[in-house]
Design a protein around this ligand. Sequence first.
Ligand code: NAP
Ligand code: MG
Length: 402
Amino acid sequence: MAKIIMKTPLVEMDGDEMTRILWRWIKDILIEPYVDLKTEYYDLGLEYREKTKDQVTIDSAEATKKYGVAVKCATITPNAARVEEYDLSEMWKSPNGTIRAILDGTVFREPIVVKGINPFVRSWKKPISIARHAYGDVYKNTEMKTKGAGKAEIVFTDKDGNETRQTIHDFTDDGIIMGMHNTKKSIESFARACFNYALDKKQDLWFATKDTISKIYDHSFKDIFQEIYDAEYDDKFKEANIEYFYTLIDDAVARVVRSEGGFIWACKNYDGDVMSDMIASAFGSLAMMTSVLVSPEGYYEYEAAHGTVQRHYYNHLKGQETSTNSVATIFAWTGALRKRGELDEIPELCTFADKLEKACCDTIEEGVMTKDLAALSELENKKIVNAKEFLLEIQKRLDQMI
Ligand code: NAP
Ligand code: MG
């Protein structure tokens, strides 16, 4: 069979440890035999980030702006232990953080649902996507411990030197304080990314904050979403027969649990951090979750939601077989290939992505799976396979479909 020809290259961001091993195998076994793969390759593995003083991360994000679609492998975010392990000259920043700052995006995460692995919440029939604002709030805060009695104030000095100040608290004894911010521009782009994604997926969009308590900060998020929705999206949503719905975060949590799923839940940065782990675990596992960063300009970066699976990598280095689940990394590839197919009008590429995803799900639904899933699956006859066998089993089913 002739390989599918691509027009525009994907931006390929290679990564670290066990996911780097899976990356190579996925390309060899599931992609390159079928697709005449065109990529512009960036090695975000920690060794090459060190060698380029992290310039490669910046270059890969700039390339994403140029080509529009990227696929990223999980990468190490260095901490003190990694600085020693890799003999780093600096504790390089999280590549995801750097890429997000350049692309100004929102991260969308969605569980991959398969028969036999049932959500812990009985009413959920369809996946729930999380749209997480990826800028500001507690992730870019300033915090302080205070000693003894004193007054904590919040001060804004404008460019002419005029001060606006408010008292946070009159302390009578030791305390703690925190200051955080967001920008109108970032919230606006978050809102547009969510509305565009809902239109793309043809799913309702829910958004929730704590606006009753945070009457300025959280309320601004609510207001900005509503203004943009009314001005730019109301007609488009009606045409697509989908709904935008705002409610208080407490109410949203209760409704999410009682829902059937099948919608997008937009969350502020912290809510999205916590709720995406909750949604992923309640649907099964982090290794069964897709993740895509969407920028307001329409750039897409696909990745797995989990990390580099370090413990498995050390076993792999010792020559042991590991039963590492590659589904989320395969879905990063299929997401990117499908998007490339849509943008370049290559329907065969989209169909290939659909078939590869189906082959993954069929494999698991037929009882062949990695160890992490076997612990969750309610199927009776399960066969636990190692990471490479799992890919070969998927390939077998893909070949039957093609
Ligand atoms: P992790 O790599 O997600 O792994 C945590 C544990 O979850 C693993 O030890 C494994 O459990 C299980 N697991 C995760 N993915 C799995 C898979 N595909 N198949 C089977 N089991 C899986 O998180 P971490 O250990 O906290 O972080 C390791 C490194 O990844 C860190 O350096 C961190 O900076 C980086 N990280 C990167 C990203 C990213 O690039 N997006 C995200 C998070 C973390 P068992 O060991 O019990 O089998
Ligand atoms: Mg988290």
